[in-house]
Design a protein around this ligand. Structure first.
Ligand code: 3PG
Length: 389
């Protein structure tokens, strides 16, 4: 693909699609990872003398309606604090924007435009007409074929990848295409069903696939152990069995926890009990892997040369069920493997256990990160490749 960093942007109208869809609680941004990651791109465009326009979606609003909770205002304000250049939010931009060199114009939520999600051609052409160069830098939204990610790239005079998108593709490619071995993937989170494809595709490339969180419960059940009242997808037990066998057949392994931390209720003050995986009672819920399992996984991670991490292995937001995820975090931090972490909950864990600077690459993608791991084509990247031909 064409790269923004290789282009002359002096005096050009440059429209940058970022993914600034950040988590917000009580009117405050709770993780600015995506905003921080977009800064080098915006600064580079300014340095190159471009007239900079930035667009992003926020949340999943109803098209045609803009309410305060969906507004890009607080994100524009946040950018204004971080950049030396003045930042201005515009809500009417589809018919043209007046913009001075040296300022940054942020568009209101693109998902409030009718036709955005359907990748409408008319809307895509309107975006395209606003610019001389379209830059897609939104890795987090690269799995969506929408007007601001895909359609606009089709019709813009020039369409290229921004430094963030290019960097993500390079780092993920490095981990997956020709990984240094042993390669270990950690897939946690609550449900097998949402991660079945990623488990499937990773189990064929990695040497060890570590499952955690609710996902591990289904695997524990697949080895005929009791899981009590834990989150467990009965209907996927055969799939879990098949994945375990498939990994064995390829000389790999999916280690199932040997001990767990349980509670009687899902609550911040629930009492935690550590027990062998054989001793889980009927009214127990498994909320974390136990210390013996954590130690084993830490050993596995110590020898790894490539690590891919998506999803915590326990309910780490409650401290008494966080030791497993903390042990994994520490092991990744101490390992000299090329490590990649991605996904909202994973980044929250990375933050909580202070290993941000110890992970080789932190991806800004949630769904896009998973789809990349699944080996799927990302439509917003595919169109850039097509344009580069
Ligand atoms: C994300 O947060 O994963 C991206 O911003 C994409 O959001 P979406 O799932 O609403 O398309």
């Amino acid at each position: 693909v064409l790269r923004m960093s290789d282009l002359d942007l002096k005096g050009k109208r440059v429209l940058i699609r970022e993914d600034l869809n950040v988590p917000v609680k009580d009117g405050k941004i709770t993780s600015d990872v995506r905003i921080q990651a977009s800064l080098p791109t915006i600064k580079l465009a300014l340095e190159k003398g471009a007239k900079v326009m930035v667009m992003s979606h926020r949340g999943r609003p109803t098209e045609g309606v803009l309410t305060e909770k969906d507004s890009m205002q607080l994100i524009a304000d946040y950018l204004d604090d971080l950049l030396d250049a003045p930042v201005r939010l515009v809500s009417e931009y589809l018919d043209g924007v007046d913009i001075e060199q040296g300022e940054v114009v942020v568009f209101e939520n693109v998902r409030c435009n009718v036709g955005e999600k359907a990748n409408d051609e008319r809307l895509s052409k309107m975006y395209a007409e606003l610019c001389d160069v379209f830059v897609n830098d939104a890795f987090g939204t690269a799995h969506r074929a929408q007007a601001s990610t895909h359609g606009v790239a089709k019709f813009a005079p020039i369409a290229c990848a921004g430094p963030l998108l290019a960097g993500e593709l390079e780092a993920l490619g490095k981990a997956l295409d020709n990984p240094a071995r042993p390669m270990v993937a950690i897939v946690g989170g609550s449900k097998v069903s949402t991660k079945l494809t990623v488990l499937e595709s990773l189990s064929t490339v990695v040497d060890q696939l570590i499952v955690g969180g609710g996902i591990a419960n289904t695997f524990i059940a697949a080895t005929d152990k009791p899981v009590g009242k834990s989150l467990c997808e009965e209907d996927l037990i055969p799939e879990a069995k098949r994945l375990i066998e498939q990994a064995h057949a390829k000389g790999g392994e999916i280690p199932v926890p040997v001990d767990v931390v349980t509670g009687k209720e899902f609550a911040e003050d629930a009492a935690a009990e550590t027990k062998s995986v054989d001793e889980v009672a009927e009214d127990d819920m498994i909320f974390d892997i136990g210390p013996q399992s954590a130690e084993h996984l830490a050993e596995v991670l110590k020898d790894a040369k490539t690590i891919v991490w998506n999803g915590p292995v326990g309910v780490f937001e409650f401290d008494q069920f966080g030791a497993g995820t903390e042990a994994i975090s520490k092991a990744i931090a101490e390992s000299d493997a090329f490590s990649i972490a991605g996904g909202g909950d994973t980044l929250a864990a990375v933050d909580k256990y202070g290993i941000k600077d110890k992970v080789s690459y932190i991806s800004t993608g949630g769904g896009a990160f998973l789809e990349f791991l699944e080996g799927k084509e990302l439509p917003a990247v595919a169109i850039l490749e097509e344009r580069a031909k």
